[in-house]
Design a binder for this molecule. Structure first.
Ligand code: S3P
Length: 167
């Protein structure tokens, strides 16, 4: 086992799974997603794990899932958007071909329809929450990544091209 050909990191909604599937098809390999691994292993949705057991427990499951996937997969691997928050998880990525798929808040709003949420009902304003998360995480993504591929205004096919060109 030689380790993954490409590892994708970046915020939720940036298209890691869509681009990852495309990259795997182009490289003639398989795609794996640590969120899906966790759901399969736990037999419950990620939202349930967060609600039932809290984020720290989820991050511990995620750390183990990333370690297993890195050791057992030689195709394209996508990590959950918050995986880089964990220092041990970041260390596991040292020296690997990691691509950070980035996007600006305007693109996040366009893609995920954050503005369609009802701002007065939301506990936190989604746009503000997005900015807060990215202020906390941007340097973690760039810290683990060999390359950064901006996705704003680009189709998944164009992003996949960008990843292959850059790595
Ligand atoms: C999270 C992103 C999600 C999932 C969980 C937490 C995050 O993954 O792991 O809901 O903290 O950004 P995706 O990036 O695949 O949506």
């Amino acid at each position: 086992m030689t380790g993954p050909r490409i590892v994708l990191v970046g915020p939720m909604g940036v298209g890691k799974s869509t681009v990852g599937e495309l990259l795997a098809a182009r490289l003639g390999t398989t795609f794996r997603d640590t969120d899906a691994d966790i759901v399969a292993a736990e037999g419950r949705e990620i939202s349930e794990i967060f609600v039932d057991d809290g984020e720290p427990h989820f991050r511990a499951l995620e750390r183990a899932a990333v370690a297993r996937a890195l050791a057992g997969h030689d195709g394209v691997l996508a990590l959950g958007g918050g995986a880089v928050l964990d220092a041990d998880t970041r260390r596991l990525l040292t020296g690997l071909p990691v691509a950070y798929l980035s996007m600006e808040v305007a693109e996040a709003v366009r893609r995920t329809g954050l503005d369609a949420a009802r701002p007065l009902l939301a506990v936190v304003n989604p746009r503000q929450q997005w900015k807060r998360l990215m202020e906390e995480r941007r340097h973690l993504y760039t810290g683990v990544a060999r390359v950064v591929v901006a996705t704003d205004g680009r189709t998944p096919e164009e992003v996949a091209d960008g990843v292959l060109d850059a790595l």
